[in-house]
Design a protein around this ligand. Structure first.
Ligand code: HEM
Length: 677
């Protein structure tokens, strides 16, 4: 028998107690995880596909993160649809969230428009509300009220003023870019600068404020406002797939701290813009709100731009709406008081319009709500419009003659990932340019023509022809409101870019009750994420989905819209990838994609109007700025087309990798060169 020494016994006892405690803890942990998996974690919905990669504990979180971090992701989501779930696909994320990927236009349409049953999902609302409160962060009566007011800023009479201001900023930028360059000379530009450009456009055109001098913009500097907008997007990227209660565990503190700081600075700017517009004085309650939301943050320096007499910008429109609502509330309260002679006026209702604007006592929009929506409009319009413009200019090159038009998803993604732009693309010398992608994958551009060659770009030729015919061929030609509708080919290019590069790729809704969609039982709380990249490249929705065919979106001749006729005069002869793409007069108009291949227009966009085009979302909560977005991108393309006769990638530019985050952006900037017209 073994004799245990008296001195050793307590030590043995202690170590075995520790071992037992550890074993118990491990078993309890395993039991908790098993419980979480079998009870808390949602099981896949019957009737929807399942990704084979689901992790037993983390679900598809790792896959989604891999897709987010390793690029080419915009091409992965359509693959999932093709391989695992043609109409619906289960996705489960860490923390027990049940997510259903919707690949089916009819189902998407139903979900968009049944706003009572499907609201913006809580992950999105929580993530964006961590920065500011505005229509984008709200649902229910609050959302409805604010959306109605903000929508007034988007009426045509206000958009005219927007166009003038946006065009002034865009033209100033282009003139700066061309400074000192002779016709035929080559000018470099970097599409990352478009973020600064559109941030300036948004601040100037909506709020008559200048945040960054154009020379700084041309020197590649960012405005402080844009730095903060970048923080917001970086944080959104992290937060939007993680339930709020998991943020402290899964989101690094630095991201959350930066978000808080940028929120304060943006609020400081918005409140100061408002104060400047309201004569410098804001009511005490508004100042208390400013202190709550902005703390002691200082607004960055901004210059108030001169405004023509009687021309309202978006801030004026919101202030005017606030005054009207206050006046109505005051009148209603007075009438109620006079009616029975007894009822006391509602709190604040007897105050003169404008003086109670810091509280919701009248039900009118508050100053804080105006500030929140101002921030929102700037942030929502900057990155989205900038990337869409970048992708459009990239598409001009990607679908150039010489670069074979991809006909399959594989070809499209392959070309993006590994260069191979063909003639005159990124190639430098006979051997092409080599490099390594972040993560180590090698890339090489195709060998092609030398640095001096500009590729043939029929899409650009046709854009230029339309711009020359409708607006004029020089930067001095005034761009008028009436021109916009006639720029049909340019608009087709914008929509086609949004279809293929879908700048805001993943949006969603959440079911407020158990219901049924497309034959599938959807439990309350399910997040429904629209797989727009898949819907936009599904042959069932768009014939020849991988071709860039702006004519998909153009009204046929004789439809009362003469734009197609006006534009066909100049540019059609350019031919090339989309060959002599012409809208042909016939009973059923068709487009000739290449010699011998004509396709009816109706087949080119089969389900665009039925949920199959989700670039701006859909239903009552659709993008409020969709028309404004098209307007400002059109204005930018007009000015670029007047400035540059030809475009190419700057030599040595690495392959363009579309990275799908909150927006789809190129992994590294696309450096371009333009030949001065
Ligand atoms: C190409 C540019 C743009 C794209 C692709 C885009 C896309 C989107 C998408 C997909 C949504 C979500 C819609 C939904 O859930 O159904 C959205 C919402 C929104 N967008 Fe845009 N957007 C663009 C430009 C703009 C511009 C220029 C503005 C403002 C001037 C703007 C303001 C907003 C606002 C305020 C919301 C929230 C609406 C609400 O929740 O009621 N966007 N946008």
């Amino acid at each position: 028998m073994q004799v245990i020494d008296n001195d050793v016994a307590p030590a043995l006892l202690t170590s075995s107690t520790v071992s037992i405690a550890i074993a118990v803890l491990v078993m309890a942990g395993a039991a908790a995880l098993a419980l979480f998996y079998f009870v808390a974690a949602p099981q896949p919905l019957r009737g929807a596909g399942v990704l084979p990669s689901s992790h037993w504990l983390l679900g598809d979180t790792m896959l989604v993160n891999k897709v987010k971090n390793e690029g080419s992701s915009i091409f992965e989501w359509p693959e999932w649809q093709r391989s695992y779930g043609p109409r619906f696909l289960n996705l489960s994320l860490a923390g027990g969230a049940r997510v259903l990927l919707v690949n089916d236009p009819e189902a998407a349409h139903r979900i968009f428009f049944d706003h009572g049953r499907f609201v913006a999902h809580e992950h999105w609302l929580n993530a964006s509300a961590a920065h500011h409160e505005a229509i984008v962060t709200l649902e229910g009566p609050q959302w409805y009220h604010q959306r109605k007011v903000v929508a007034r800023a988007f009426l045509p009479q206000n958009q005219r003023a927007f166009l003038r201001a946006a065009d002034a900023t865009l033209s100033e930028y282009l003139r700066g870019l061309l400074r000192g360059a002779a016709a035929g000379g080559v000018v470099d530009f970097d599409v990352v600068a478009f973020m600064s450009l559109y941030c300036n456009v948004a601040a100037a055109a909506m709020f008559s404020v200048d945040c960054l001098a154009v020379d700084s913009l041309l020197a590649g500097r960012k405005s402080e406002l844009l730095v903060d907008a970048d923080h917001v997007f970086a944080a959104l990227e992290r937060l939007v797939t993680i339930p709020k209660h998991m943020w402290p565990l899964l989101v690094d503190r630095a991201t959350l701290a930066r978000l808080r700081e940028s929120s304060r600075r943006c609020h400081a700017l918005a409140f100061d813009m408002l104060a400047a517009r309201k004569g410098g004085v804001l009511p005490a309650a508004t100042m208390a709100e400013r202190a709550r939301l902005a703390g002691d943050a200082k607004a960055y320096p901004f210059r108030q731009l001169p405004r023509a007499e009687g021309v309202a910008d978006f801030l004026d429109v919101m202030i005017e709406a606030q005054r009207e609502e206050e006046t109505e509330a005051a009148a209603a309260a007075a009438a109620a008081a006079a009616g029975d002679g007894v009822a006391a006026p509602a709190a604040g209702a007897s105050a003169p319009p404008g003086s109670s604007s810091s509280g919701s006592s009248t039900g009118a929009l508050t100053d804080a709500q105006i500030a929140g929506n101002a921030i929102s409009l700037i942030i929502a319009s900057t990155e989205t419009s900038a990337h869409t413009t970048s992708w459009l200019l990239w598409a001009v090159l990607r679908f150039a003659r010489g670069a074979s038009a991809p006909t399959s998803l594989e070809e499209l993604s392959e070309a993006h990932l590994y260069g191979s732009l063909g003639e005159g693309g990124a190639a430098k010398g006979a051997a092409g340019v080599r490099g390594t992608l972040p993560g180590g994958a090698p890339w090489r551009t195709a060998a092609g023509a030398g640095e001096d060659a500009f590729p043939e770009t029929p899409v650009w030729d046709r854009i230029r022809a339309e711009v020359a015919a409708v607006v004029g061929s020089t930067l001095d030609s005034p761009l008028r409101w009436e021109h916009l509708e006639r720029l049909q080919y340019v608009e087709g290019c914008i929509r086609e870019t949004l279809r293929l590069y879908n700048t805001v790729p993943f949006i969603g809704r959440q079911a407020t009750e158990d219901c049924e969609v497309g034959g599938l039982h959807i439990p309350k709380g399910t997040v429904l994420a629209f797989n727009a990249p898949a819907m936009h490249t599904d042959e069932a929705n768009y014939a020849h989905p991988f071709r860039f065919v702006p004519e998909r979106w153009m009204a046929p001749r004789g439809s009362g819209n003469d734009a197609a006729a006006a534009t066909s005069a100049g540019g059609l002869a350019a031919g090339a990838t989309i060959a002599s793409a012409a809208v042909i007069d016939a009973d059923e108009p068709s487009v000739e994609l290449e010699p011998g291949l004509s396709v009816p227009v109706s087949a080119l966009r089969l389900k665009a109007a039925k949920g199959g085009f989700a670039a701006f979302g859909g239903g009552p909560k659709t993008c409020i700025g969709s028309k404004t977005a098209i307007l400002q991108i059109k204005a930018a393309i007009v000015r670029f087309a007047q400035a540059f006769s030809h475009l190419r990638l700057a030599p040595g530019t690495p392959p363009v990798v579309p990275l799908a985050t909150v927006t789809v952006r190129p992994r590294s900037s696309i450096k371009m060169q333009g030949k001065v017209a």
